[in-house]
Ligand binder design. Structure first.
Ligand code: GUN
Length: 325
């Protein structure tokens, strides 16, 4: 049960937060039963828990979990993601290895690198950062990864096991979102959940997880670019998970009072006031949607940090051989 005064405090903290000031946003000053979901703090807490676990494993003579990453080319977004993954490994006490290749490598060469990592007994899990250059088939590479080391949860064996509720590596963004919903004690059972987007990495696994009996237990609707009733579906939703990759797509008129809003969008939008020259923009018109919600994730600082933290969770599971020998 939420107490309004506590929520009032969290709203006030939020209004004066570094996040809003950075976004140069202002919100109307009235009492609202809205809570900001702090993915950054939740991810930091989970990484600290993982680091404790790793310490215990190593102290009792076990092997330090080892994550390897392959990065092909110099895509700005991928460079940042991989750098953050390596930093997260350090925070968790994992060993990490980064293999970098130019974007003119052949598909056969990349398949050989995957094979080497499959066979390397010291590597518990590894990822190939996507997207790959156009001349390389992402699906072929994903299927070449040993599913027992597929900590991204992209291999068809892990995707299939997840769909029928068997233990496996689950794609990091949907896993991070489920973790946030659980940690914030957000009721999902019997709720109407709309997932916007049908990608293999986020939309599809998200919908699968939200309909599972063990957790989720929701009535799930997936909408995408061709959906004719997208707005009406959103208006009826208790939970909206927006992973459509279109800045400010979800507007206030699409959201029911008291809805839970999870924003997966991270589109780079040009911003001359930033040192980097861009800012990250979510799929939700945060300024106008936030006052209507019971819970909402910000961008940045919401789902993003949870994605990396879930990859760390999967790597710990790989180190422990939790799902496969
Ligand atoms: N590109 C965008 N997100 C991801 C991810 O979760 N894993 C990999 N390997 N590539 C990505």
């Amino acid at each position: 049960m939420k107490v309004v005064s506590e929520n009032r405090r969290s709203y006030d903290e939020f209004v004066s937060s570094e996040f809003l000031q950075k976004q140069k946003l202002t919100l109307p000053n009235f009492t609202i039963n809205m809570q900001l979901i702090d993915g950054k703090a939740t991810a930091a807490a989970i990484k600290a828990e993982i680091a404790e676990e790793v310490k215990k494993i190593v102290e009792s003579g076990g092997k330090r979990p080892h994550l390897a990453a392959i990065l092909v080319g110099h895509d700005g977004g991928s460079e940042t993601y991989v750098k953050n993954k390596v930093l997260a490994c350090e925070a968790c006490g994992f060993k990490s290895t980064l293999l970098r290749f130019e974007d003119n490598i052949t598909e056969d060469f990349l398949l050989e690198q995957v094979d080497k990592l499959n066979k390397d007994a010291d590597v518990d899990g590894f990822i190939v950062q996507l997207p790959l250059p156009k001349h390389i088939s992402e699906q072929k590479i994903i299927e070449a990864i040993d599913y027992r080391k597929d900590v991204d949860g992209f291999h068809p064996i892990n995707v299939g096991r997840m769909a029928i509720g068997l233990p496996c590596y689950v794609s990091a963004t949907p896993l991070g979102i489920v973790t946030l919903l659980k940690r914030y004690n957000i009721e999902t059972s019997g709720k109407k959940c709309v997932v916007l987007g049908r990608s293999n990495i986020v939309g599809k696994p998200m919908a699968q997880l939200m309909m599972q009996k063990q957790y989720g237990d929701a009535t799930v609707t997936v909408c995408h670019s061709r959906s004719k009733t997208l707005k009406e579906e959103c208006q009826q939703a208790d939970i909206i998970i927006a992973a459509i990759g279109s800045p400010n797509f979800v507007t206030a008129d699409m959201v029911k009072e008291g809805a839970v809003i999870i924003d997966v969008g991270t589109t780079r939008v040009a911003d001359a006031t930033r040192k980097t020259g861009f800012r990250l923009n979510g799929d939700v018109d945060f300024e106008n949607v936030a006052p209507k919600c019971s819970y909402i994730t910000p961008v940045p600082g919401g789902v993003g940090p949870m994605t990396i933290c879930s990859l760390m969770k999967n790597t710990l599971s790989a180190g422990r051989k939790e799902f496969y020998d």
